[in-house]
Design a protein around this ligand. Structure first.
Ligand SMILES: Cc1cn([C@H]2C[C@H](O)[C@@H](COP(=O)(O)OP(=O)(O)OP(=O)(O)O)O2)c(=O)[nH]c1=O
Length: 211
């Protein structure tokens, strides 16, 4: 990674492009207070997955697809700004089954009743693509989350807040969902949707230093 880092520094980046519509990811990138401007460019990347893929493969491939779709958009715009495009994808995995976002409130209740009283795994993939030379780095992080035992009534009250509806696994650890999580092992920001410690390590070789 160090070798291509040197090369890229001569092709100085002008901006970061975050290929995401997730307000959480936008806030997390902003929290790094990077010296480069950040452009938001979300796309409709194909999020279909193959049943044979491992959770790590799922999040890495989807993160790369999201970043690649945004990078292709930059090319179509004929943008000549050297940009680093970042894509991410988060899934919740229970007993080998990938749980995405709920389709409705009943689905969210059913998902949370499965998750309560035990642990599950959260995977987030992160992809960085240089818009001009196509250098691509993709990695993932894994966090184990233990949820408290919850009654159906409590789960229904939580789902009625609306918080679970746009989130993988039907909860948001950063919001009211904090009250139903017992503990975690691994990166907290990985659960929220963007592992900042990993992202910082991935940015370095592209010549983007965090503070
Ligand atoms: C488990 C969990 C997930 N989430 C969110 C993070 C992601 O936004 C979402 C998982 O869906 P993703 O498909 O990873 O992302 P997205 O559709 O929200 O945004 P985009 O594809 O445009 O980048 O779930 C939380 O905010 N908190 C949590 O505790």
């Amino acid at each position: 990674m160090a070798a291509f880092g040197k090369e890229l520094q001569s092709n100085k980046l002008c901006q970061l492009v975050l290929a995401s519509s997730s307000p959480r990811r936008q806030e997390l990138v902003a929290s790094l207070d990077l010296s480069l401007p950040v452009r938001i460019l979300s796309t409709d990347a194909d999020e279909s997955i193959e049943p044979t893929w491992s959770p790590a493969e799922v999040v890495e491939k989807l993160a790369e697809r999201k970043a690649a779709a945004a990078a292709a958009r930059l090319v179509a715009e004929e943008s000549d700004k050297p940009s680093l495009v970042i894509g991410a994808d988060t899934i919740v995995v229970l007993d080998g089954e990938v749980l995405g976002k709920p389709i409705d409130q009943q689905d969210a209740i059913a998902t949370l009743m499965r998750l309560q009283g035990r642990s599950h795994d959260v995977f987030t993939g992160v992809a960085c693509i240089h818009s001009q030379d196509g250098t691509t780095v993709v990695q993932h992080r894994h966090t184990q989350v233990w949820m408290k035992p919850l009654s159906q009534a409590r789960v229904e009250r939580y789902v009625a807040t609306g918080e679970p509806m746009d989130k993988a696994g039907s909860y948001g650890i950063q919001g009211l969902g904090s009250t139903i999580v017992e503990r975690i092992e691994g990166c907290y920001f990985n659960v929220v949707g963007l592992p900042l410690s990993l992202l910082a390590d991935m940015l370095g070789p592209f010549g983007v230093d965090v503070y």
